[in-house]
Design a protein around this ligand. Structure first.
Ligand SMILES: [Zn+2]
Length: 300
């Protein structure tokens, strides 16, 4: 797989999103900035990938904590201008910890300011490549993805991964999350794409196979909507554990109690919250994501 020479993908894990660095000539642009825990590492990796170029612009695919956590540090280090999807402007301006899905999900971030907003339909030239900014609602209703028709490249954020897509949180907030995931996948399927640079995981080129897996996952959610909530709870717990590294079952129970999905979880599981936490931890243990030591749940 051959990426354009002006584009560098810094592949991270699941706590921090991938970061894309684009060489614009004498300067460089960045898309997404990872989680706050890794911000110093992000600054160092971005500086290295920019190869002496000043970093002048930073764009975010969406404003989840794993994609914007390094924004403030990058601005401090490089003085770059920050662009976010216009749908997130109010929440970021007010630093609304609930609308930004931070406090209720046990997540952290560092407050940042933005200079401008991005809208679907805009075009930008980054890394000497022409990009179209496209709406990609579903995982996040305000998310934007970047498509380069000539290079047949897509920077997909969490709208399409090699194996699936980001948890469909909006479906749990009475928004049409699953319908939007379908519309976004249909839109991506209509594009001529050879390489996808996802928000997490390595860039990939078997796009049709990835779309088939994404559609299969979507159908599983559509047929059994309870799976959306179970998946969201597992994602919330495992993400929090990646951040704090270990927690007691009591702390995880409190995390579920503080989450926006507590009432729905009680209805779905028909058990007290600490039993729900136990069940989710054993799901994550079976998946090899966590392990138990004494009274603590540890991230593997
Ligand atoms: Zn993400």
């Amino acid at each position: 797989m051959k990426l354009p020479p002006t584009l560098r993908v810094i592949e991270r894990g699941w706590l921090s999103s991938n970061v894309v660095v684009l060489h614009d000539g004498v300067s460089a642009s960045v898309i997404d900035s990872g989680y706050v825990k890794h911000r110093e590492q992000t600054v160092a990796l971005v500086a290295q990938a920019a190869e002496q170029r000043p970093i002048t612009h930073l764009y975010n695919t969406h404003c989840h904590s794993d994609h914007v956590g390094g924004n403030a540090a990058l601005v401090r280090a490089f003085g770059c201008r920050v662009y976010i999807p216009e749908g997130e402007a109010q929440s970021v301006r007010d630093w609304d910890l609930i609308a930004l899905d931070l406090t209720p999900w046990g997540q952290r971030s560092e407050r940042f300011m933005f200079d401008d907003t991005l809208r679907s339909g805009q075009t930008y030239r980054l890394g000497q490549i022409d990009w179209q900014v496209c709406a990609a609602p579903g995982h996040d209703m305000d998310a934007l993805i970047w498509y380069a028709p000539q290079e047949k490249l897509l920077i997909s954020g969490d709208a399409l991964w090699e194996d699936g897509f980001g948890a469909v949180f909006p479906e749990l907030a009475n928004q049409a999350g699953l319908a939007c995931v379908r519309a976004t996948l249909d839109w991506i399927a209509s594009l001529d794409v050879q390489i996808v640079i996802p928000g997490h995981g390595a860039p990939f080129n078997h796009v049709q196979a990835a779309l088939a897996r994404a559609y299969a996952r979507l159908e599983a959610f559509e047929q059994a909507p309870d799976k959306v909530l179970r998946n969201a709870l597992r994602v919330m717990l495992s993400f929090h554990l990646m951040d704090v590294e270990s927690a007691t079952l009591t702390q995880l129970t409190q995390l579920i109690e503080r989450s926006p999905w507590h009432a729905a979880s009680l209805v779905l599981y028909q058990q007290p919250t600490h039993h729900i936490a136990e069940q989710l931890v054993s799901d994550l243990q079976r998946a090899g994501v966590v392990t138990l030591r004494a009274d603590r749940v540890l991230c593997v």
